[in-house]
Design a protein around this ligand. Structure first.
Ligand code: AMP
Ligand code: MG
Length: 342
């Protein structure tokens, strides 16, 4: 289903209380003033993470939110490609014993790679380091450099054997980068820890990637999905229980001779994927799954990406293409936008 730009109502962030994608939002501030909603913000995983819990016992909520942040911190410290992290060690050694968290993420990533015939590929570390979209200096690499980095990628070169406490990984001349899926897993663990602590009404929002449960004193949680080209505009949404994750070319990019070079790479060309998407938002039961699918659909492009999302049970999505058309799956409005959002 295609909707032209403007058909869906774009709401100005200044006018409505919504949870903005990046930054402490009006809603977070409003909720902070609400004694029955405990809100805490920390900078983690390279982004602002806001956790909101609706519960009359603020002290208990605060303790549980601390536990949820601990889960995110644990995943960040495990899967960042920084010297000394478990993922870094595995990459340096070409494999080895892996903790259960890395095993679960790699397993989901390889499943995703199979499902998308490699559009999602967790072995692009060398290519990502070559482009340096995040850290700079910013200039496109040469064709030869891209070719060499591409030769050191390929999800079929990863072997995973699961054991009761984790597993064992073999990396045949490839290095893992879990940036396209790890944040989702962290968000799931944070949400699970709140549920285990006995809370059922919360949002974990990691820079616009979120997990929603229950409601806020009988009213649906309201969130904002960032418009990919208008930083002060959001799509107001009230997602049903689940995860909502967005991948976009506006999140991390540099410009060079009038062209945008962003952080989602095509495993085929070795360049930033230019298949016509500017953003993909996916709703699914877990953030792990939604995170993988959002990145994958972005790489596949609007048409193939929408087909992928439609083919998955319990998944809805919205793709914004470069003409700013909004393409949505059959029940996206029902499951994600909701009545409150309009
Ligand atoms: P996301 O914001 O979830 O779309 O993830 C983007 C991040 O995923 C990038 O910063 C890279 O770390 C990684 N990445 C880039 N291209 C791909 C790809 N084709 N498949 C899997 N991960 C990717
Ligand atoms: Mg992703």
């Amino acid at each position: 289903m295609v909707k032209q730009q403007g058909l869906r109502r774009h709401l100005n962030a200044a006018l409505i209380a919504v949870l903005c994608v990046a930054g402490i939002s009006l809603l977070a501030r409003k909720q902070a003033e609400d004694p029955d909603v405990y809100v805490e913000t920390r900078f983690l995983m390279d982004t602002l993470v806001v956790i909101s819990v609706a519960h009359p016992d603020r002290e208990a909520a605060k303790v549980a939110v601390g536990g949820a942040f601990d889960e995110l911190t644990k995943i960040d410290e495990m899967m960042a490609r920084k010297e000394g992290t478990p993922l870094w060690e595995l990459n340096e050694a070409g494999g080895g014993t892996a903790p259960v968290e890395i095993v679960e993420v790699v397993e989901a990533a390889l499943e995703g790679a199979g499902l998308t015939v490699g559009a999602f590929d967790p072995t692009l570390a060398g290519l990502i380091d070559l482009w340096k979209v995040k850290e700079g200096p910013h200039a496109p690499p040469s064709a030869k450099e891209v070719e060499e980095a591409l030769a050191a990628t390929g999800w079929e070169r990863v072997r995973l054997e699961k054991t009761p406490n984790g597993g064992s990984l073999s990396l045949y001349s490839v290095k893992l980068d879990l940036g396209g899926i790890g944040k989702g897993y962290g968000v799931d663990l944070a949400a699970a820890s709140l549920t285990e602590a006995g809370f059922s009404d919360f949002i974990v929002n990691a820079g616009g990637d979120l997990s929603v449960s229950g409601d806020k004193k009988g009213k649906p949680w309201r969130v904002g999905i960032q418009h990919p080209r208008k930083s002060d505009e959001v799509f107001a949404a009230s997602p049903q229980k689940g995860a909502l994750i967005t991948s976009g070319d506006y999140e991390r990019y540099f410009e060079w001779e009038g062209k945008r070079y962003h952080h989602i790479l095509s495993p085929v060309t070795g360049h930033p994927a230019r298949t016509g998407c500017v953003s993909v938002t996916v709703w699914a039961d877990t953030a792990l799954r939604a995170d993988m699918l959002a990145t994958a659909a972005f790489v596949l492009g609007p048409e193939e990406g929408l087909k992928l999302l439609e083919s998955q049970q319990g998944v809805e999505g919205m793709i914004i293409d470069e003409k700013l058309n909004e393409l949505v799956t059959t029940a996206f409005d029902e499951k994600v936008i909701g009545d409150e959002g309009r």
